[in-house]
Write a protein that binds this ligand. Structure first.
Ligand code: ACO
Length: 436
């Protein structure tokens, strides 16, 4: 794999060392600096890991300059157009698209795990009604580690596969149960006659109560189900992002996988990551009117103001995020069917147009990311704003479990343990209270 080397010379030490330069299937060449400390007695300094590849992976590829996203080699726009979320989950986990028999077996197995232990509901009921659903998700998914541990052998690939299937199956049930807890409505049991996305929508919105009733024909409308599948596909994986890297780091210690996924959920919650979809809607609501866009653009550019344009910018994409382009198109389709289209969509389009003509955003290559438009679709599906990042969690579980399986099967796996550049005090002697 190392078809080139890069020589690094140190005049003082009078030596030159060749480091292997790996060429992956696609993407930037990657310098293997594992021997750096041994050869030169120094570390590399890379805050935010902007220049560091933490692992080899064959799951997802992003070309941020060209705006390309591939899952197992398949372009995201092809999967978004032709596939379902569960089929994409199979692809991410297994590396190939399933045959129809393989898919039927996969779906049946997911349905088989689609239940939660009644005691787990006790954890949900223990939360205050106004707890943020992401806070509940971190706790409840983490608590799965207390339910599935005694016969779990994480060194056995079959155990890892089963744990992954369980997480994929249970995530929407836990998510819907958390939502119902916040509204005070009864928990709805999963239905095996519905597919993955339909079942989730049914657990969210099915209600015998007139007060909360949303017509089944509306929440199971084929366009709504298609839109949910699409959003789940687009959010399913994104290589070594902050939450996936968190899952990998936690897993590298050999920890229980359900606890590791809970760590990923915590990382996803932040507004710089998956929490951005919720923050975008709050921002659009605050802007309120097209006439106020210039004021908010000026704030985003002001270095003395902490305000950032939420849903804009990305560590890897320095071009259009292909996911945002697909979602924008679907927003048009969904809102075209509405009697009173959401005015926030027009506001978002206006904001994008003005920002993309602004030198600040042009110079820094800041484009709308996946979360700029996703909230508008979720809102159209009656998903409340606090649930947006939970929706992301359900989808990203497919990626997290695939990366967990890849890491655990990697013979080169080591505990993740970065070094540091120490800037604290030098050695000094302890002083008693009287001496201080
Ligand atoms: N609004 C205004 N300015 C921005 C924005 C923004 N949304 N994003 C980046 N910038 C500016 C920075 O101020 C910086 O300017 P400078 O060079 O003059 O100092 C420059 O662009 C580079 O920004 P960094 O923060 O260094 O970029 P980084 O790669 O570290 O951060 C991030 C990427 C976190 C996504 C950032 O763009 C951001 O905060 N965006 C808003 C939050 C968001 O939408 N997050 C979702 C990301 S997608 C996802 O996780 C699903």
């Amino acid at each position: 794999m190392a078809n080139k080397t890069l020589k690094i010379s140190d005049e003082e030490l009078g030596k030159t060392v060749s480091f292997p330069l790996y060429e992956g299937t696609l993407g930037h060449p990657t310098l293997d600096i594992q021997a750096l400390n041994k050869e030169y007695g120094c570390f590399t300094f890379d805050p935010g890991f902007a220049s560091t590849a933490s692992c080899k992976s064959s799951i997802t590829f992003i070309d941020g300059d060209e705006g390309v996203l591939l899952y197992r080699g398949y372009p995201i726009d092809q999967l978004a157009e032709h596939s379902s979320f569960l089929e994409v989950a199979y692809l991410l986990m297994h590396g190939e698209l399933p045959s129809s028999d393989q898919f039927a077996e996969f779906e049946a197995e997911i349905k088989g795990y689609s239940n939660i232990h009644e005691n787990l509901r006790g954890f949900i009921e223990g939360f205050h009604y106004d707890a943020h659903p992401m806070a509940m998700m971190v706790g409840v998914v983490g608590s799965l580690s207390a339910f599935y541990h005694s016969q779990l052998d994480i060194d056995d690939p079959e155990h890892r596969r089963i744990s992954s299937m369980r997480m994929l199956a249970k995530m929407p049930i836990i998510a819907a149960a958390c939502f119902r807890h916040t509204t005070g409505e009864a928990f709805i049991y999963p239905r095996t006659d519905l597919d993955y996305c339909e079942n989730f929508l049914n657990m969210m919105f099915s209600s015998p109560s007139e007060q909360f009733f949303i017509n089944e024909a509306d929440y199971l409308d084929p366009l709504a189900v298609k839109a949910l599948n699409l959003l789940f596909i687009l959010h399913a994986d994104h290589e070594q992002n902050a939450s996936t890297s968190t899952v990998r780091l936690a897993s590298s210690t050999g920890a229980n996988p359900y606890a590791c996924i809970a760590a990923g959920i915590a990382a996803l919650w932040g507004p710089a990551h998956g929490g951005a979809n919720e923050a975008v809607l709050s921002m659009l609501a605050e802007i309120g009117d097209v006439s106020r866009i210039p004021e908010f653009i000026a704030r985003a550019k002001d270095k003395n103001d902490s305000f950032r344009l939420m849903g804009f910018g990305h560590r890897v994409y320095k071009n259009h995020d292909p996911r945002a382009t697909i979602i924008r198109k679907t927003c048009h389709e969904i809102l075209a069917k509405q009697e009173n289209p959401d005015p926030l969509f027009a506001l978002a389009l206006g904001l994008e147009e003005i920002a993309l003509k602004d030198e600040y955003f042009i110079d820094r290559k800041l484009y709308p990311n996946v979360d700029f438009y996703s909230g508008i679709i979720y809102k159209a599906l009656n998903i409340p704003v606090e649930m947006f990042t939970v929706m992301f969690t359900i989808a990203r579980t497919a990626g997290w479990v695939s990366h967990w399986q890849e890491l655990m099967a990697d013979p080169a796996k080591r505990i993740g343990r970065p070094r540091q550049l120490y800037t604290g005090k030098g050695v000094r002697d302890y002083k008693s209270f009287e001496q201080r």
